[in-house]
Design a protein around this ligand. Structure first.
Ligand SMILES: [Zn+2]
Length: 474
């Protein structure tokens, strides 16, 4: 097929967020990929297209977002979330690529067999493209080669209890064992970094406070149970492990710290990067936009681990994103059934920790960015291009470039959006953003040139992504 053959779709946009900035373009799509990007004034140079999408004056064309931190929970905890609902929600939020976390599904994705079970559950059920993380747990080092060969994008471990019994946390020695094996395989380790010794110490203090009459509905008490010092200590050990194993494997010992929420851990990450270690870190919309001081007592929809911290911490996280110390913003969409949030008791210590937001990440982050004078280009970089690059999908996902999959989101950045549970497509509608007035409405989302939201085809056309080679067909 030559360059002059008919296009499937052409998009005319006065504003499109490209890698080099925002420009007026005509973007041509053929066979699910971006076939051409030309200046809008040169739209006549493109071959004829079967379908033309004219963006409105208030709309901006973005690459589909890449959310590398989503807990789909199916199979096993499908009442919490599932592939159909999670990926419908993703599509409505402008997210076209999701990488699924290895827990809280049952089985957890810690064996080759479990990965097969996961893929079978997802096949034919996903509305956006979905890839998988494996898991590193005590004793499963022998499974990692098979998981990587099976297409996982890397594997995640916890340094402290994960919250579910079937996904045990690792010791520092076990973390190094997993990291060495993943480095040898040319893959990467993700780390939920909190030091269990620091958490235990904090828990003892909290227990003493409770004995003296402290209220378990108090967010401040929960915050005291998960201090930033726990993150700092664990991040320091992760950096040490990357340094000790720096000669291992084709790319060194690549480690990625998930959902960083400590201002004092940022210099550790910055120093590691300055030293040339392959250490990266992400944060999440809730850490950037919610304020511990404003969380009402008993409002357990705000509970996640590590916790939402003070406004100064959010300021530091924004600065770290702008400085490139943090590379991405991903949702950590981690829902549960509403009863597990203990809405009646409002007990922060006993409620399930996890914030559901895969559909809302873009408007939540953009609203705050806009207020801070941060441009939409930066937001798109953090939520699309950089997470894609980190998992080896640069050139294919997360950027409007020729040859990439034609994954597109049409955003009306100034449109007001009132978050109401009824608009949410994820299975359980509990979210701390309910009632918020945000800016930025996703008008439509396109996966490989095909409209998937809203009111796209009902046939789930997402693919299962393989980190190394051919994807599974839809
Ligand atoms: Zn998570």
């Amino acid at each position: 097929m030559g360059p002059s053959s008919e296009l499937d779709l052409v998009v005319h946009a006065e504003r499109a967020v490209l890698p080099g900035g925002t420009r007026a373009v005509a973007l041509g799509v053929r066979d699910g990929r971006i076939a051409a990007v030309v200046g809008l004034d040169r739209r006549g140079d493109l071959p004829p297209a079967r379908q033309v999408l004219e963006l409105g004056d208030d709309e901006v064309l973005l690459p589909g977002l890449v959310d590398t931190h989503v807990h789909v929970n199916e199979p096993g905890r499908t009442a919490w979330e599932g592939f159909d609902t999670a990926t419908r929600a993703a599509a409505l939020g402008g997210v076209t690529t999701v990488i699924d976390m290895p827990l809280n599904s049952v089985p957890a994705t810690t064996t080759v067999d479990a990965l097969r079970v996961k893929r079978d559950a997802a096949r034919g059920a996903v509305h956006v493209d979905v890839g998988f993380w494996g898991g590193v747990v005590p004793g499963n080092t022998g499974e990692l080669a098979g998981l990587v060969a099976g297409g996982v994008f890397g594997a995640k471990c916890f340094t402290a209890p994960s919250g579910v019994d079937e996904f045990e946390h690792v010791s520092p020695a076990q973390l190094r064992e997993g990291l060495a094996e993943l480095a040898r395989l040319g893959s990467r380790l993700l780390v939920h970094a909190e030091d269990p010794a620091v958490l235990d110490e904090a828990a003892e203090q909290v227990a003493r406070s409770l004995a003296q009459g402290a209220d378990p509905r108090s967010f401040a008490l929960f915050l005291a149970s998960r201090p930033a010092a726990a993150e700092d200590s664990a991040v320091a050990d992760v950096v040490a492990a990357a340094r000790e194993l720096r000669g291992t494997g084709p790319r060194g010992a690549a480690v990625h710290v998930v959902h960083l929420a400590s201002a004092s851990a940022l210099p550790l990450v910055a120093a590691a990067r300055a030293e040339g270690l392959p250490v990266t870190a992400e944060t999440c919309p809730h850490y950037l936009t919610l304020d511990a001081a404003a969380v009402p007592d008993g409002a357990t929809q705000f509970k996640c681990c590590p916790p939402v911290r003070e406004a100064e911490v959010a300021d530091a996280l924004w600065a770290a994103l702008e400085a490139g110390v943090l590379d991405s913003v991903v949702s950590d969409h981690s829902p549960c059934t509403p009863d597990l949030k203990l809405p009646g008791a409002g007990d922060f210590l006993a409620a399930w920790g996890g914030i559901a937001s895969v559909q809302l990440g873009l408007p939540v982050v953009w609203t705050a960015a806009r207020r801070r004078g941060v441009g939409l280009e930066r937001v798109v970089d953090w939520m699309a291009a950089r997470p894609a690059a980190r998992v080896g999908l640069a050139g294919r996902k997360g950027s409007l470039v020729v040859g990439a999959d034609a994954d597109l989101a049409v955003l009306a950045p100034e449109e007001e959006l009132l978050v109401e549970p009824g608009m949410l497509a994820f299975k359980n509608k509990v979210t701390p953003y309910a009632g918020q007035r945000l800016r930025g409405a996703v008008r439509s989302t396109w996966l490989r040139g095909r409209r998937v939201a809203p009111s796209g085809s009902e046939h789930p056309g997402g693919r299962l992504l393989h980190a190394l080679h051919q994807d599974d067909p839809a």
